[in-house]
Design a protein around this ligand. Structure first.
Ligand code: 5GP
Length: 188
């Protein structure tokens, strides 16, 4: 790898949401979740891999007892368009029966992933089920999904950063941005 060109920021076309704005929003979400779930010991379920940064920052903004778990699904592969077929790649470690479940997602696009997970997790009889997503692209929705906590609505652009990747890269940006067109061309 060419060390001179190995800088993720130079591949960014436009910053959509800067890190200060994200941090402020996470604080607000954390306060609201702490208030809504007081005394309920919720389990926050992060959808791998995109939600790990959101989970870790959100956890620090929550000041009530809670636990965490992880689930992994795939629908994108190496493309910027969802295949529409959602597959469970890794399941939860713990039972969620009678637990207050808060599903943590980086972005809701078509809504197919959320619909799949909602149907799947509800069969396990949680005490309650809510969704928290940092981003939402309402114009792309193919199924109706109620977002109980939503950070930002964004236009129909493919975005990277703050956990979101393109071909496994750019997750480590501390802001949300779009990529320069040449990056997609390079990848075919
Ligand atoms: P959905 O099933 O709602 O179409 O897509 C959900 C998943 O697709 C997200 O968890 C995320 O992994 C991926 N995704 C959707 N839109 C984007 C985007 O703009 N950028 C990136 N990097 N991933 C996206």
């Amino acid at each position: 790898m060419n060390k001179k060109t190995d800088n993720i920021h130079q591949d960014i076309e436009k910053v959509l949401i800067d890190s200060e704005t994200i941090n402020k929003k996470i604080k607000e979400l954390g306060e609201k979740i702490s208030c809504d779930y007081k005394g309920k010991n919720p389990v926050l379920i992060a959808i791998l891999k995109g939600s790990v940064i959101l989970l870790s920052d959100l956890l620090k903004a929550i000041d009530i007892n809670c636990s965490i778990d992880f689930i992994e699904v795939s629908s994108y592969g190496e493309n910027t368009e969802s295949s529409g077929v959602v597959k469970l790649v890794m399941d939860l470690r713990e039972s969620i029966e009678n637990r207050h479940v808060l599903l943590i997602e980086d972005i809701v696009d078509t809504g197919l992933t959320m619909e799949y997970l909602r149907e799947n997790l509800l069969t396990r009889h949680p005490a309650s089920f809510k969704i928290c997503s940092l981003l939402s692209k309402p114009d792309r929705r193919r199924v109706s999904i109620d977002l109980d906590y939503c950070g930002f609505e964004i236009p129909d652009d493919f975005v990277v950063g703050y956990g979101l990747d393109y071909n496994e890269k750019y997750r480590n940006l501390d802001y949300i941005g779009t990529l320069k067109k040449r990056i997609y061309k390079k990848n075919g």
